[in-house]
Design a protein around this ligand. Sequence first.
Ligand SMILES: Cc1ncc(COP(=O)(O)O)c(C=O)c1O
Length: 360
Amino acid sequence: MSKVYNFSAGPACMPEWVLKTAADEMLDARGSGMSVMEMSHRSKAFESILQETKDTIRRLASIPEDYEILFLQGGGNLQFSMVPMNFNKNGADIINTGQWTKKAIAEAKKLGRVHLAGDSSDKTFTYIPKITQEDLDPDTDYVYICENNTIYGTKYKNLPPHEGKRLIADLSSCIFTEPLDVTQYDMIFAGAQKNLGPAGVTLVIIKKDLLDEQRDDIPSAMLDYKTYVDHDSMYNTPPTYGIYMVGLVCKWLEEQIGGLENMEKINQEKAGLLYDYLDNSKMFSNPVAVEDRSLVNIPFVTGDPELDKEFIAKAKEAGFENLKGHRTVGGMRASIYNAMPVEGVKALVDFMKAFEEEHA
Ligand SMILES: Cc1ncc(COP(=O)(O)O)c(C=O)c1O
């Protein structure tokens, strides 16, 4: 088998331990004589998998009991609609940091008022706008952010002020890449396909009392967070296999990595290797404001689109997959989520050094 290093932004590489465990359990999961895929979601066996997954997530991030842990479908994009559908009564303060908040703004506007509290479009989203309480609209219900912009490689190091308002955040690309204090938020969501498991599951962590502030015109049970709370995420058939895989990834984080503090150290080591090289390279550079750099999505360019193309092609030949930047920005991007081993980043940096020397 030839091993590649997969730098995809999502769906992304998975921990080998998780894939091997899933393979071992594929035909006979936990003595059931069947695969998790084949189980009724109403069976005792699946109910225990769901409960175990929630318990592991709760332990991993010390999530207090006044927060619900829910599994939805429809990815981050459905959350762009569901959040305003449930909570935009008097308006939403949204900080625009690129693609993922642009889409959230467009959806929120269809459902209510939006106030743009900050915007980094003036410098092609290469920084996080630092806003103050005065930048917020006094009448809005919540402040909404995308905490780590997967495309531009930016990350909030401090959450924005939101006194008197709820804070709702898209953590799709940074969840569990570092310790998470959920009490700083009223709701977070994350598509699984970057750090949590396969595509098809969306994790929502929501403060119970936020559900007292829902709109009264939510058009469908499936679009109402309370439905998922009342039915333990099983109002309809949930993405059973995805939930099982999220459980395995979180078990890996807890038992194999030793928790989120350790995960953060490993991620810092990986990001440090790549940023250090980029900062010293004469060929490659990273365009993001240093204080706002993402730990896990690292875009870089040579400044010459033809050379970028050559680099991507040669890297692919050498076993480094999915280094092409997002189609809206070009260049390259290395997504080095939790499952990317340190050796993968070391190998990439060595390859980049050799490419640079070759073209000196
Ligand atoms: C930060 C962020 N939010 C939301 C999304 C959209 O997620 P989905 O494709 O699951 O709808 C993405 C996709 O990459 C993302 O990176």
